[in-house]
Write a protein that binds this ligand. Structure first.
Ligand SMILES: Nc1nc2c(ncn2[C@@H]2O[C@H](COP(=O)(O)OP(=O)(O)OP(=O)(O)O)[C@@H](O)[C@H]2O)c(=O)[nH]1
Length: 635
């Protein structure tokens, strides 16, 4: 059973260390699910005294006005060491006091001072209050507690007050940033309510016996949040200060005000005792004597006093925790799942060193390149558009070429006679053929160039698409822009190279004709013509038509070949090359960049950074909680 309480203690410490105060941080909170005991009551009702009685140490700040301005989460731990000490969560690994040492009063004073200082650090000495708790742990050897208590967590809350708002504001009001006056009175009430309204909070409602119970702040606020009294324990203080002739028997026996659990009366040290430094051991002994020797209360002595109160609270806490464990486990695993999903959506955090940053950029870029390749390889859509250029666009454009104009009778005659010059050709107009073929083939450059451009446009579009589909690039706008620019630049370089290579194919066809084609042509003589025709016959219409048709046949043959070789050149220079080395240039430049320049590329939205940090801390908390609970339940 003790394990269960120590489990909750550990989880509460982890909550505070990792920033989970059950506040409005829009993050799942474990704090709200953990059972705790909160001490509430009016100002000076004896809250601090009750806490100190349970602990057996005089460590809480005292003074006039509102002393407790931040919740104090107090955890009592039993340790095997033969020493006592206190530790504040905000001062990790610093033992602020060693109660076992002889300068005990100085050391206790240090704890008190640190509570005050830490309160001021949070509230800025404005006398404002804050709901961020101070975490104080007290470690004591087994059996060394004045009250033999198991590990216990208690929350001390600022005292409620009914003092007129006007009066308090005159001495304690603080002005918010907007210049609106706010009253401490309402702030305290709201903050106390925010703690005790949580269904897992066990309320220790402190009422002084020397005041009318009907006006008890503790009873009023606890009834508000726990009308059935399921989790409220009534504690009556200052019974020794009641007017002569009056007693609290009616209350303690549950007749004056019935609660689900029986009332517990306590007698704490008076102010005079405190001033005289009456120690807690003596105070406890006196309390025991008070109950045992009082003619009015002796019949109740067995279930009265701070010692009984501590034991009762421990026992109750145990049963509450036990009943909550299964719900807590399923809540934790569900929340871990949710936190992990959101974290993976936000992506990895940016590493701090240059190497880590470089690695991260490379990894993101590789992810992008992989997606780009998948588009080309048919794993993702888009690559088929390139084939459509080769299969439809290019043949259609070649078909549209107007060779008829180049090979009109007039043009054939013009080019042949021009090529012949002053010496008409003897057997065949070789130079004329060359000129005619060249004039036709040169126009192949237009569809060839258009195919290069069309594929370039498709590759560019696929690169942009891949950038959009690279999840990690979404969060780094600068890197996204740089990768995009680098990809476009590389594709443009590849387009220029592709254009050069593809047009070279056409130039190559113009530069050297396929001899076999012409050798196979039947000669005039073979066809029954007369090789001794006059020079004028050589330029007659039939002859020129035959030349034109031969040229057309040859050009068509070359165009058919180019229709196949142009796609090869384009794929080689653009598609294959971009798959192989789209960001190579970018990577080379990246290698020369310094940490700051790399950092600029990974400039995340600060809100995302903040959110990721919060989620990570919360996840850490939940994983710790899961491990702790698993360890306990396995035992
Ligand atoms: N005689 C006597 N005095 C008590 C008892 N309980 C508390 N006091 C005194 O009442 C005064 C206020 O007690 P605290 O314990 O400081 O009360 P508190 O509710 O913590 O006060 P705030 O934190 O300021 O709201 C102190 O002087 C205590 O000594 C008691 O049972 N008997």
């Amino acid at each position: 059973m003790e394990n269960l309480i120590s489990l909750v203690n550990k989880l509460q410490r982890a909550c505070t260390a990792l920033g989970d105060h059950g506040d409005e941080s829009a993050l799942p909170t474990l704090w709200d699910s953990l059972p705790s005991i909160a001490v509430v009551g009016g100002q000076s009702s004896g809250k601090s005294s009750v806490l100190e009685s349970i602990v057996g140490k005089d460590f809480l700040p005292r003074g006039s006005g509102i002393v407790t301005r931040r919740p104090l989460v107090l955890q009592l731990h039993r340790v095997d060491e033969n020493r006592e000490w206190a530790e504040f969560m905000h001062l990790p690994r610093r033992r602020i006091a060693d109660f076992g040492m002889k300068f005990i009063f100085d050391l206790l004073a240090n704890v008190r001072k640190e509570i005050q200082d830490e309160t001021d650090r949070e509230t800025g000495r404005t006398k404002a209050i804050s709901s961020v708790p101070i975490h104080l742990s007290i470690y004591s050897p087994n059996g060394n507690w004045i009250i033999a208590v198991v590990n216990l967590t208690l929350i001390d809350l600022p005292g409620l007050t009914k003092v007129a708002v006007e009066f308090l504001t005159s001495i304690l009001c603080f002005i918010t940033a907007e210049g609106q006056p706010e009253t401490i009175v309402h702030d305290i009430e709201n903050m106390v309510r925010s703690y005790i309204e949580k269904p897992n909070c066990i309320i220790l409602a402190i009422s002084p016996a020397n005041q009318d119970l009907a006006t008890s702040d503790a009873i009023k606020i606890s009834r508000e949040v726990d009308p059935a009294g399921e989790r409220t324990f009534g504690v009556l203080t200052k019974i020794d200060l009641m007017d002569e002739g009056t007693d609290a028997v009616d209350i303690l026996e549950g007749r004056a005000y019935r609660l689900k659990y029986p009332w517990v009366g306590v007698v704490n040290r008076s102010q005079a005792d405190i001033n005289k430094n009456v120690d807690m051991i003596a105070a406890r002994r006196r309390e025991r004597e008070f109950w045992a020797n009082s003619p009015v209360y002796s019949h109740l002595a067995r279930r009265m006093g701070s010692e009984y109160l501590a034991k009762m609270m421990s026992k109750h806490l145990e049963s509450v925790i036990k009943s909550r464990i299964p719900g807590l486990q399923s809540l934790i695993s569900k929340t871990i799942g949710e936190l992990e999903t959101e974290l993976s959506r936000l992506g990895k955090p940016v590493s701090t060193d240059a190497g880590g940053k470089l690695y991260m950029i490379m990894e993101i870029c590789r992810g992008f390149e992989q997606i780009y390749k998948e588009h080309l390889d048919g794993i993702r859509p888009g690559g088929d558009m390139i084939y459509s250029v080769f299969d439809n666009q290019l043949p259609a454009a070649i078909k549209r070429l107007q060779f008829d104009r180049n090979l009109s009778m007039e043009n054939v005659r013009k080019l042949i006679t021009e090529a012949d010059g002053y010496q008409p050709h003897l057997i065949a107009p070789e130079r004329g053929y060359r000129r005619l073929i060249e004039s036709c083939l040169i126009s192949m450059k237009v569809p060839a160039e258009a195919a290069v451009d069309a594929v370039h446009a498709i590759l560019k579009e696929l690169a942009q698409k891949s950038i959009r589909e690279t999840v990690e690039l979404r969060q780094y706008s600068t890197l996204r822009a740089e990768v995009s620019a680098a990809a476009v630049e590389a594709l443009e370089r590849m387009r220029d190279e592709s254009k050069r290579a593809t047009l070279q194919l056409v130039d190559m066809e113009c530069g050297y004709l396929t001899v076999e084609f012409f050798r196979k042509l039947p000669q005039d003589a073979e066809k029954g013509g007369n090789p001794t025709h006059s020079i004028f016959d050589r330029y007659n219409d039939a002859y020129l038509r035959r030349v034109g048709s031969t040229v057309l046949q040859y050009v068509n043959m070359v165009c058919a070949a180019l229709r196949h070789s142009i796609p090869k050149s384009i794929v080689y220079c653009q598609v294959r090359e971009s798959k192989r080395s789209l960001l190579d240039h970018f990577f080379t430049e990246l290698g020369g960049k310094e940490a700051r320049a790399l950092g600029r590329m990974l400039d995340e939205d600060p809100a995302v950074i903040q959110r990721r940090t919060s989620l990570q801390r919360r996840l850490e908390l939940y994983r710790t909680a899961q491990a702790e609970i698993d360890a306990i339940t396995w035992k």
